[in-house]
Design a protein around this ligand. Structure first.
Ligand code: MTE
Length: 453
């Protein structure tokens, strides 16, 4: 009998770019109806089939009896002079990796300046998101602001209101910390039913970077905050969206940063250059980009993005406001939707876990839809309000399997099953969906997004 655990399984990538540009335009113009949903599904299936044919052809090309031509024939790059230094003064990924990109989910939004691009989680390693793949969410488009002209004002309940230039800020003692940022609307499409095919779209409003900046507490202290009266701060962005967010003073004085650095360089313009707020553990909307003002006050402002957006529609029809913490969540990134397992045998199941309340303390993985769980290895570093990479061995026997991950954080909170979350929150919410994700591995090896009780 074959010992499958000795055989190395191969994963075929999910199709990265499976929707024809015309279909994207059509969906963007007219929205998603049943017909266009069917087109989307078929495009994904067709792109998967194309990849399958490609990998079969590649497998056939190598006949072990004749030796591998990739070894026997000396390639051009071993015989010629390579390109000089500074061919790319700012380095770019290999052209062979060009399919790995942030992508928009067709039909989700109608105007690209008020939209979202998703991080391709399926193609990343470790916990840091390359800056060029950090997801984007803009309410009114992005700008590349001149840092010389950018200002940050601090006013309200302070004895010394101030206006800072970027130079003023960057002279202050800075700290660097690694944190995840997740949009409160991540996994929003999945509240009612399965909606999108791959982990890029189910979970890709999630990124993780090292941020550098000055603690907001240092600035508030310098401005003479009135601690007896101050209860909240308002953060205001300088783009056209009038993005303003209320943050409780205890949080503002805790680990919030006024940041200019991301992954060792200045923030990218799309991510708030030259200044953004970093509010660890809190939904992305509070991480105000192009930050221009902090006001200290004694009550919440209930601004438009706090009263009609980023709120939870509960089953009784009431709205819940200010539920800002991103609760503990995890997702398997390989195998995940759209990928194909090409052989029975050994696989490494890998994924990401995170919690807005602190560190992830454990991740369990099930391959039978939650009946049995095994504890995965957490790879270091294990940091506060940061992504955690997990891995676990698995031997696929070729039978259908239902893969799930369940994260537990240091407060003891356990990531809920879909039906547990729905029992409390209903199905009409948009925000704060941290339910367990299920991927079905079919006998054919194809992996798809499914929902189970
Ligand atoms: N800040 C401003 N000024 N304008 C915006 O549109 N979008 C918010 C937040 N900060 C936004 C903003 C939302 S909804 C999210 S999820 C995060 O920025 C996204 O940050 P990113 O684009 O760097 O991923």
């Amino acid at each position: 009998m074959t010992d499958w655990s000795q055989r190395r399984g191969r994963v075929r990538r999910a199709p990265e770019n499976f929707i024809a540009p015309e279909l994207v335009d059509e969906i963007n113009a007219k929205g998603v109806d049943d017909e266009r949903r069917r087109f989307l599904r078929n495009s994904f299936v067709a792109a998967s089939a194309g990849l399958l044919a490609g990998s079969a052809a590649r497998a056939e090309a190598v006949d072990p009896a004749d030796g591998d031509p990739a070894i026997l024939n000396l390639p051009e790059h071993s015989k010629t002079l390579g390109k000089p230094v500074l061919t790319n003064p700012y380095g770019m990924p290999s052209r062979h990796e060009s399919a790995l990109q942030r992508r928009e989910s067709p039909g989700l939004t109608r105007v690209a300046a008020s939209s979202v691009s998703f991080t391709p989680l399926q193609g990343l390693f470790g916990i840091i998101t390359p800056s060029g793949l950090h997801f984007e969410r803009h309410h009114q488009g992005w700008h590349d602001i001149d840092p010389e002209k950018h200002r940050l004002m601090i006013n309200g309940l302070v004895s010394r209101p101030k206006v800072y230039t970027m130079d003023d800020l960057m002279r202050l003692p800075s700290v660097s910390r690694m944190h995840f940022i997740e949009c409160g609307a991540n996994s929003a499409m999945e509240w009612g039913n399965v909606a999108v095919p791959s982990v890029q779209y189910t979970h890709g409003m999630l990124s993780c970077s090292e941020f550098t900046g000055v603690p907001l507490s240092v600035l508030l202290d310098e401005c003479g905050i009135d601690l007896a009266q101050a209860k909240f701060v308002l953060a205001e962005g300088s783009d056209g969206s009038s993005m303003t967010r209320t943050i409780p003073i205890t949080r503002a004085l805790d680990d919030v940063l006024v940041a200019w650095g991301m992954n060792g360089e200045m923030l990218r313009p799309e991510n708030g250059y030259p200044l953004r707020l970093v509010v660890p553990g809190v939904q992305g909307v509070s991480w105000v980009k192009w930050l221009r003002r902090i006001e200290v006050g004694d009550q919440p402002w209930a601004s438009k993005d706090e009263s009609i957006h980023y709120i939870d529609l509960m089953p009784d029809g009431l709205h819940r406001q200010y539920t800002s913490i991103q609760e503990c969540k995890s997702v398997i990134t390989t195998p995940s939707g759209g990928q194909v397992l090409l052989d029975k045998g050994f696989y490494n199941i890998t994924g990401l876990a995170w919690s807005g309340r602190g560190k992830v303390s454990r991740v369990d993985v099930s391959v039978d839809g939650g009946r049995n769980w095994r504890t995965a290895r957490l790879e270091g570093p294990l940091l506060n309000k940061c992504l955690t990479r997990f891995n676990i061995d698995w031997v696929w026997d070729g039978k259908p399997a239902l893969l799930q991950s369940r994260a537990i954080d240091e407060t003891g909170y356990v990531q809920p099953k879909q039906n547990e979350l729905r029992a409390v929150r209903g199905t009409r919410s948009i925000y704060h969906n941290n339910a367990i994700q299920s991927w079905l591995v079919a006998e054919s090896g194809e992996v798809s997004n499914v929902q189970v009780e």
